[in-house]
Write a protein that binds this ligand. Structure first.
Ligand SMILES: [Zn+2]
Length: 446
């Protein structure tokens, strides 16, 4: 007997939109059955009107950056001046304040149809670098925050050991550092996965992990068969510093030290050579693009289309949370490429939704999520097709409507593990998400 049946008025099945789908959920929160051609809700089924997509995967997040929204839009500057604001907020975070902030941010994600977040987490210790009584108190706060907001998390615990090539961490960065990659590995090994949480690894960047210690992080991820993420060539200054220190690009350095591979995802992958693209594609290393952050921070437009053609799967993240809207991230991929190439049609809506769903979850170590098929995790989200933004197009164009016209405001339902988490636009665990955001941000703004 299925635990529950949902009736989907329209469902995106990876290649097309199917009208009238009955989806059965098993006791263990997976899709037990999927019947098409069901043109009215069966008795006892819960009807989800609109277009149901697999749950969206937010493959790159720093939850605390949400506190910078709007604040960093005043004035001018560069990525590096933005980073100074970010460090000020980071100073005010404790396990308690970070739990409250992340719970609100992850609730905002659930309202945007996100069912799984990759949290690139490097705020490990107390200000000054002293470990908390539980050295993983901050990571645990994030895992608990995801549970409180009802979504899944892959905690990408990040090695961040130096300020730059051959430089000790700055005063602000001391709380990020475990001292050595071996100490990082020892701390991370104490974290345990839960039903809603996986533990993965990250190299903050080639700037932040000394070259002799990159292999230690890669080895830990290999032993655990865990996802491994790395910020890669977001800024040209990083490439120049890497060339000066090691005579090669960041991608070449990572390749040489065993960091690339099918479980690895490079985040941003913006300023690359042809050789870099070949190395990333040839090793099956993923590419996570965060276009709303990349345009916000004036990073540039990465060669995502060429990377994907070379063999690098594409995933998407909201990163600094300038906005939290995976549909906007998907749309921006194609529209950036149109602006830079002055031609249209680089990705189909189906391809962009695959990046936002199946390929995003796979990058976070969940290959059995992000698809509406028997056996997959019962994680999905429903977008209104009758809002002021989405009314008009035929339902069979639902994928195009979702990517090119809808926004996070059109999300009506989010279901995680079969549980109805967002119902008619209301979060069932965090009833007032705006208030939770306002209070938790006020507490850390300083
Ligand atoms: Zn990032």
């Amino acid at each position: 007997m299925p635990l529950k049946t949902y009736w989907l008025e329209h469902a995106w099945l990876g290649t097309h939109v199917e009208p009238g789908v009955a989806l059965e959920v098993s006791e263990d929160g997976r899709i037990a059955g999927l019947a098409t051609g069901v043109h009215a809700p069966p008795r006892a089924a819960e009807a989800l009107r609109g277009l149901t997509l697999p749950g969206l995967a937010n493959a790159h997040s720093h939850a605390f950056h949400r506190a910078l929204r709007s604040l960093v839009q005043v004035g001018s500057g560069t990525f590096w001046t933005w980073r100074e604001f970010m460090y000020q907020v980071a100073q005010n975070l404790t396990p308690d304040t970070y739990f409250a902030l992340a719970r609100a941010v992850y609730a905002e994600m659930a309202l945007a149809g996100i069912t799984n977040v990759g949290e690139f987490h490097y705020l490990h210790h107390a200000p000054g670098g002293t470990p908390y009584a539980d050295p993983n108190a901050m990571g645990e706060a994030l895992i608990e925050a995801a549970a409180a907001a009802g979504i899944r998390i892959t905690l990408l615990d990040t090695a961040y050991l130096s300020a730059g090539f051959g430089q000790e961490p700055s005063a602000h960065q001391r709380r990020f550092s475990d001292g050595t990659a071996d100490a990082w590995a020892e701390r991370v090994s104490a974290l345990r996965p839960r039903e809603h949480a996986l533990i993965g690894a990250a190299v903050h960047s080639v700037r932040a992990v000394p070259v002799g210690q990159l292999a230690t992080v890669a080895r830990w991820a290999d032993e655990q068969q865990a996802p491994l993420h790395v910020h890669l060539s977001e800024q040209t200054a990083e490439n120049e510093a890497c060339q000066a220190a090691h005579g090669c690009t960041p991608t070449e350095l990572l390749a040489e030290h065993g960091v690339l591979g099918a479980r690895t995802t490079g985040v941003h992958n913006t300023h690359l050579t042809d050789l870099d693209i070949g190395l990333l594609g040839g090793t099956g290393t993923g590419t996570c693009m965060c276009p709303t952050t990349e345009r916000d921070l004036a990073d540039g437009i990465g060669p995502a289309r060429r990377l994907q053609q070379a063999g690098s799967p594409l995933s998407l993240g909201s990163d600094s949370h300038a906005v939290i809207d995976l549909l906007e991230e998907a749309r921006a991929m194609e529209l950036n490429e149109r602006l830079s190439s002055r031609t249209r049609g680089h990705w189909t809506a189906n391809a962009l939704l695959t990046a936002a769903t199946a390929d995003g979850h796979a990058a976070l170590g969940l290959p059995d999520a992000g698809r509406l098929e028997r056996g997959a995790l019962a994680d999905f989200t429903t977008i209104a097709l009758d809002s002021v933004r989405t009314a008009g197009p035929l339902p069979r164009l639902g994928a195009e409507t979702a990517v090119f016209a809808a926004s996070a405001a059109d999300v009506r339902h989010t279901v995680v593990g079969g549980r109805h988490l967002v119902r008619d636009g209301v979060h069932t665990l965090v009833p007032d998400v705006p208030a939770a955001l306002a209070e938790s941000i006020a507490a850390v703004r300083g």
